[in-house]
Design a protein around this ligand. Structure first.
Ligand code: ATP
Length: 316
């Protein structure tokens, strides 16, 4: 029986701007997304039964039909019933390296890996845009996770335009193990506090989106100027998450005191990331901040920006 193993990178947001509300209940966003080399490994294997079976050692990951990887298999079975019938059920093993509920799109990248893996396993021949359209049915971050790298994401996050790859920037990720932020809570709280600033007319949305496309961060990315990229990080959700989670706020301040290019919360948090020019600088700053804060609940990862989304690492 055929099996595939895929690498599913996490993402950080270099820019996250909430423009307004949409008729479908989601927020209208404009984001600049970046894959990082910290990722999960997803193993897919035809199991010769009719069932979808999930395996993961991390107790925070649900092993039932609420898992986004499970939902991705169900979606492919619904869309391609003949192949589903021919190939039968699947065993999915998730090697979880991405912290859960961390603002790093862990569940979304697992779903993206399942879509890419099944496309290969069932020889469906779907293109990246077709896979991204399927991904959008599962979650707003899934389309980006499929193609990854550096990209502008608009709409509710599902419309992706690639930017040139950034690879020479190192990324420290830091997260309190016992802290998770609910993404719906963060967006709903933002709506409660800031909806007087929302722009909902087509022209206004276009203008705000265009301002990011032609803005300084995109210019810095096109020039691959890491100092400018670090100085231009932006996340609207910090306005509601940081006052509620002073530990996260203190962590950002601790990084900013060191020689980082920039530091910010990723997505809806609570993971904080700091950008550094070299691996050596990143490792030594992670050590310094770890010592200064001295909390055994705080975990650090040193990784690098990654130029791709889901990739196959083995096929047997
Ligand atoms: P996002 O940034 O896309 O909002 P996140 O990185 O903050 O997501 P996830 O790691 O995706 O958060 O986890 C959010 C919740 O999703 C978890 O608490 C968990 O119950 C559920 N979940 C479903 N499928 C998965 C999966 N494959 N991996 C991790 N969590 C999953």
């Amino acid at each position: 029986m055929q099996s595939y193993s895929l690498f599913a990178p996490a993402k950080i947001n270099l820019h996250l701007e909430i423009i307004g509300d949409r008729a479908d209940g989601y927020h209208q966003l404009v984001m600049i997304m970046q894959s990082v080399n910290l990722g999960d490994i997803i193993h897919l294997r035809a199991n010769g039964t009719d069932s979808i079976r999930l395996y993961c050692q991390n107790p925070q990951v649900p092993l039932d039909n609420t898992n986004l990887a499970y939902k991705a298999v169900r979606l492919m079975q619904e869309k391609f019933p003949k192949s589903a019938h021919n190939f039968g059920g699947l065993d999915i093993t998730i090697e979880k390296n991405i912290p859960v509920a961390a603002g790093l799109a862990g569940g979304s990248t697992n779903a993206a890996a399942v879509l890419v893996g099944i496309n290969l396993m069932w020889s469906l021949g779907l293109t990246q845009p077709e896979l991204r359209d399927l991904g959008a049915l599962l979650g707003s971050d899934v389309p980006f996770c499929i193609s990854g790298g550096t990209a502008i994401a608009t709409g509710r996050g599902e419309e992706i335009e690639p930017l040139p790859d950034l690879t020479d920037i190192w990324v420290i990720l830091a997260k309190y193990n016992n802290l998770g932020v609910s993404t719906p809570w963060a967006y709903n709280t933002y709506r409660e506090q800031y909806n007087h600033l929302y722009v909902c007319d087509g022209q206004g949305i276009k203008q705000r989106t265009h301002a990011v496309h032609s803005g300084n961060l995109v210019k810095a990315i096109l020039k691959r100027n890491s100092e400018e990229i670090g100085a231009l990080l932006y996340n609207d959700l910090e306005k509601v998450v940081l006052p509620e989670y002073p530990f996260v706020s203190a962590l950002i301040t601790a990084f900013k005191k060191e020689n980082v290019l920039g530091a910010m919360m990723s997505g809806s948090g609570p993971t904080v990331f700091a950008l550094c020019a070299t691996e050596q600088i990143a490792t030594s700053i992670a050590d310094i901040v770890e010592k200064n804060i001295n909390d055994s609940n705080l975990s650090f990862w040193v990784t690098q920006m990654c130029p791709h989304g889901i990739i196959t690492i083995s096929n047997e």
